[in-house]
Design a protein around this ligand. Sequence first.
Ligand code: NAD
Length: 693
Amino acid sequence: MTTKLLDNRWDDAKAAGMSESERLLYRSNLLGSDKRITNYGGGNTSAKVEERDPLTGETVTVLWVKGSGGDVGTMKLDGFATLYQSKLEQLRGIYRGPEHEDEMVGLLSHCTFNLNPRASSIDTPLHAYLPYTHVDHMHPDAVIAIAATGRSRELTRDIYGEELGWLPWRRPGFQLGLDLSRFAAENPQARGVVLESHGLFTWGETAKDCYETTLRIINRAIEWFDGQLAGKPAFGGEKSPARDVAERRRVAARLMPEIRARIGVEERKIGHFDDSPAVLEFVGSNRLDELAALGTSCPDHFLRTKIRPLVLPYNGDLDVLVGGLDAAVEAYREGYRAYYERCRHDNSPAIRDPNAVIYLVPGVGMLSFAKDKATARIASEFYVNAINVMRGASGVDTYQGLPEQEAFDIEYWLLEEAKLQRMPKPKSLAGRIAFVTGGAGGIGRATAERLMSEGACVVLADIDAGALDAARADFAKRFGADQVRGVIANVTDEAAVAQAFEDAVTEFGGLDILVSNAGIASASPIEETTLEVWNRNIDILATGYFLVSREAFRLFRRQKLGGSIVFIASKNGLAASAGASAYCTAKAAEIHLARCLALEGAEAGIRVNTVNPDAVLRGSKIWSGEWREQRAASSKIGEEQLEEHYRQRSLLKRSVFPEDIAEAVYFLASDLSAKSTGNIMNVDAGNQISFTR
Ligand code: NAD
């Protein structure tokens, strides 16, 4: 099978009206739009552009180069750092040699053009000193596969002849910039360089020329590998065939909370599961153990994935897999601590989290864990890049990871540490996973929003497919698609509830918070209350709360990280109300269930609390139907007077909104209320009949 080559997507008509910096952005976005050209956040692009100097009015050459952080595929113009080329040239004169290269990083900001606040990346000198106007530095899997072989120099020459050079591994920085500059000066025919164990540099005199060179070089590598690997089984052939999809998901759902239990104590982690064909081929192969142990090679890969994954053997017996987890996790940590001790320098930063990021299970797939969902997903994508590299490299030669000391020096680079220290403090629910039933309704949606704004990942569960999809899409737009999932589940259906929890766990790796909120309301005198209405109230409000709580309890106990359950009951659960006995009774059952569960869960750190709303009209679907008419009729007022009626009925004379309920849920779900369980919080603007005692 031949791999599809990269398409040339340059559009002359589009590029014609652009300024040079806009054409640089256009090229960058085109390159970054295909992950085979460069991985997420990996690589950078530059152009040396003539600009008017705001200080002198003269024309000066300015280096536009992707700044620190960001992703070439999605960046905007403000993602570029801009530096006076003449000042960058002056830096060459004060450079004291490779052992002092880190001090040059601080000097880059002295070269800033036009007060641009974007910080320069460590790769800036790699672009600055190349005598070409346009430069691309990409991390294409197909070229890194060449760069990660034992014979990468010879292979580069065989495949590219004089068109591409080769430089031995060196950590990015000022010295590598000078090495590239010297290479280009000595080899004017070269259109680029392969950097051992790292990536590709290509250049050109125009933006289009540079773009096309980059594509041509990568396509040649893709074609070359296709020819070399044709007919050869990847990774030494299959050892553990992929299990069927249902089993793979079942294993992931059981395993992820168990892993989270072991690695999420100090800092909660979010999980990601990938059972794509590329992953299954690697984890099921004969050479899995051997190649996984060699570690990843491109620094971008292992900074995200740690140098090595943890392989968890699976023979079809889940209990055996879980039973071996303590020893496997501990052995990985021991290995990591030993690596730190072997490689550390006197001034190295303190050891970081020693747990694995990537977990490989033969026949099942790959699990990854990180402080948030995007980081876990991206780590997993990076390991797929590493798999692609290993497939190519090991198929044509010996694959080699980066030497351990070099890997350490990058991982614990003081500049890397400074970057970590500059990261903002995590939000209060970062790393937490919440399941919100009735998540597409008024209170559920406001609650999900509050939890997400504090960094939680949220699974919205509801029976209203349309509203659910709208809520999920809206949150994805505002908080990012990583942070939210929607699952259709009827809380009265035992199997559906179990399935919804399994889906949630496979998506995020576990659970910390359950908000049981799905509900309805009904009103009728007792004589007119049908058994159907009675049962519906009991089913959704009492049984539904029981079913989701039971599932959460099972999960919390396996996960051993405690948990918080918040019930949305009602004032009517405390205060009797004429003409609504089915609803009031079911709500009272919820409140009592919460207290029983608070007793039962305390020893496992599971807290259970209740929020009682009253008269939350805005945003509530309950208040748009029959209930609204009935309430208005029972108070002998018009429907439009209801809001004012409830305001005046309250002690504080204020309306209650979904956001008010959400705030109380946030308090009870978060560590702010770590010492509260079995509590009831009324959010009703004050109502004497619901005072607790
Ligand atoms: P809402 O109708 O806007 O939201 C409730 C959501 O629950 C809806 O999206 C609905 O589709 C979903 N749902 C209903 N049955 C379900 C089932 N079997 N399985 C899964 N999902 C189901 O109403 P709301 O005002 O947001 O109510 C939320 C909760 O607050 C309810 O439990 C309600 O009893 C309680 N409450 C509301 C008020 C109020 O004045 N709004 C007052 C007291 C208590």
